[in-house]
Design a protein around this ligand. Structure first.
Ligand SMILES: [Zn+2]
Length: 229
């Protein structure tokens, strides 16, 4: 346990509050999947929603391209916008869990973690009528107790292998597309955001602007996160 805690502390040092952490390091340390278990296609994923403007705009672009995606919902946002969460599920996209509160897991006790995870699952299930089983932590940062709990709950942890860095203030539609589609291959998991609740204001507008070119950048099929797990 001591070794695990030391690792968790080291992971904390890698974390920059304003940006996402160094995901490859985290994933390697804990053997957390960053890619699909079966590379049958590409999984486009959206974190931090639902969002009253960002989510409908993203849903429109996905519908236009005939693409399915996975939405990692935040419980406290689902409580504000339950109908939107239901709309995502009704459109055929996969619902996944991003926790109840969007804060780092590192300093949370196992008891607090369990309370957060169970509340998130309950709120999301109530709103969407689905029982999500794929989990991604806020900022992509796991603690050892959090990972243990995720696995005990029978959930599948999933990070990402490509990102648009669309939460950054200086991001543009072009920069998001370039980063998200670089060397895109079957099995890749692409991280994007349909909400600006925890990132720079209106970041979702740039993501929406980038989506048509991201979705057109590959001839590979789009699959949801658990289609390949
Ligand atoms: Zn997030």
């Amino acid at each position: 346990m001591r070794a695990e805690l030391a690792t968790a502390g080291a992971l904390g040092a890698w974390f920059a509050p304003a940006a996402a952490p160094v995901a490859p390091f985290v994933a390697t340390a804990f053997r957390i999947p960053r890619r699909l278990a079966e590379p049958t296609g590409i999984a486009i994923t959206f974190d931090d929603g639902p969002h009253p403007q960002g989510t409908p705009a993203v849903l429109r672009e996905l519908d236009r391209a005939g693409a399915r995606a996975t939405f990692f919902l935040v419980g406290e946002q689902v409580e504000r916008e339950p109908a939107l969460a239901a709309e995502i599920a009704a459109a055929g996209h996969e619902i996944a869990i991003h926790g109840y509160r969007h804060t780092l897991l590192l300093r949370r006790s196992p008891r607090a973690l369990r309370a957060d995870f169970e509340r998130a699952a309950e709120v999301i299930a109530d709103a969407t009528g689905t029982k999500p089983r794929v989990y991604r932590p806020p900022y992509g940062v796991f603690s050892a107790p959090a990972l243990l709990l995720v696995r005990r709950l029978g959930w599948q942890p999933l990070l990402w292998s490509r990102w648009g860095r669309d939460w950054e203030r200086r991001a543009t539609a072009e920069s998001i597309t370039t980063r998200a589609t670089r060397d895109l291959q079957r099995g890749d998991v692409v991280l994007l955001h349909d909400a600006d609740h925890y990132s720079s204001a209106d970041s979702w507008r740039r993501t929406v602007a980038a989506l048509p070119s991201i979705l057109a950048a590959t001839g590979e099929p789009f699959v949801t996160a658990s289609q390949s797990t």
